[in-house]
Design a protein around this ligand. Structure first.
Ligand code: OSB
Ligand code: MG
Length: 372
């Protein structure tokens, strides 16, 4: 396949509700849509997931721009590809910068699936027609506010809630949540807010019957998570600590977690995500698909990935209307009874809503193979 042209659209979209984590609060989403165009004018789309500041990993919107424009696009336009699993090798001349790579690789995958006339889910080996989804609830101003937010999401039909925790917003909060909802599926996500010195608090969470505890300790740690996992009955799930197949393998071998959250951006694209998925399937480690507050394109990629069979827990890929007044795709992503239908039309299976996308666009740049 030959990519003839890449268009970088930079968008800013306002979240319906601010999203608070142990690191800070998000109100807007500033990101890129990568559009890859072939000689026939067919278009594939990818979405970047880095945030404006490097709190989650070291990448930012600006490092994504630099790496995509100055390194990845020239590498991609330079020579034709046979198929998208090669993109990761083509990009290996650039160390890390996983979110930048994933945004570009995602556009190639979508284009490839459209060229073949199959859905993206099919192109990567997905088997499901519906995926189970949950919702990730940010830190709230009060427990009462949290309880009414959970009420609303359960009414909407979400299959599980993920609650963000941090020191001081953990045991008491969960005690009250469990009193009100003794049976619902709950997990927590600390985004690295604890250390091993907090082990007594973390052990107290065992009694709330959580599906899992996501990334309690340092973002770059595997060893201490292994020590912690030995002391907990709650399964640990790693998010930030898993940035590659090698990390996933080490985490499983060391016993650092019993479940892995796969995010396409964090691991550098769909091909690396598939490798982690296949390894976890062999090792009987359940995986699920995390979220980065994506707009419609990134959301569509997550849906396709989650169609793979080892995605065994509900993901964080909620419906478009949980985040946006108006999403950039048509139709928007909708959820019914806690599930999202996996599209079967070619590629990501959603059309771009161009007037809406353009209303959020703050910049557009075109790169062609003739510029090289
Ligand atoms: O840790 O999973 C996380 C959002 C931004 C950055 C990191 C995380 C999250 C979420 C929300 O938990 C997931 C979503 O709803 O997209
Ligand atoms: Mg997380």
């Amino acid at each position: 396949m030959k990519i003839h042209k890449i268009i970088l659209h930079r968008l800013v979209m306002q979240l319906k509700n601010p999203f608070e984590t142990s690191f800070g609060t998000f109100r807007d989403k500033d990101f890129f849509i990568v559009e890859a165009v072939d000689e026939q004018g067919r278009q594939g789309f990818g979405e970047s997931v880095a945030f404006p500041s490097p709190w989650y990993t070291e990448e930012t919107v600006e490092t994504n721009r630099h790496v995509i424009e100055d390194f990845l696009i020239p590498l991609l336009l330079k020579e034709p590809l046979v198929q998208p699993d090669e993109v990761i090798d083509r990009f290996s001349a650039v160390r890390r910068n996983n979110m930048a790579k994933a945004a570009v690789e995602g556009a190639v995958w979508d284009l490839y699936a459209k060229q073949k006339g199959v859905s993206l889910a099919q192109a990567i080996g997905g088997t499901k027609h519906h995926i189970d989804v949950g919702v990730s609830v940010g830190i709230q101003p009060s427990v009462n506010a949290l309880l009414s937010t959970i009420d609303r999401h359960l009414e909407e039909g979400y299959k599980r809630v993920k609650l963000k925790i941090k020191p001081g917003w953990d045991v008491d909060m969960l005690e009250q949540v469990r009193q009100r909802y003794p049976d619902i599926s709950i997990m927590v996500d600390a985004n690295s807010a604890y250390s091993l010195a907090d082990i007594d608090v973390l052990k107290k969470l065992d009694k709330y019957g959580l599906d899992m505890m996501e990334q309690p300790l340092a973002q770059d740690d595997l060893m201490e998570h292994a020590s912690l996992q030995k002391e907990l009955t709650t399964p640990i799930c790693l998010d930030e600590s898993i940035q590659s197949f090698a990390d996933a393998k080490a985490a499983v071998e060391l016993g650092s977690c019993r479940i892995i959250n796969i995010k396409i951006g964090r691991v550098g694209g769909i091909t690396e995500a598939k490798r982690i998925h296949h390894y976890c399937a062999e090792r009987n480690i359940p995986v699920w698909c995390g979220g980065m507050l994506e707009a419609g394109i990134g959301r569509a990629h997550n849906i396709a990935l989650t169609a793979l069979p080892q995605f065994q827990y509900p993901g964080d890929t909620s419906a478009s209307n949980r985040y946006w007044k108006q999403d950039i795709i048509q139709p928007e992503v909708t959820m019914e009874n806690g599930t999202i239908a996996v599209p079967d039309s070619p590629g990501i299976g959603y059309e771009i809503n161009w007037p809406v996308l353009e209303s959020y666009r703050i910049d557009k740049k075109v790169f062609t193979d003739r510029d090289l």
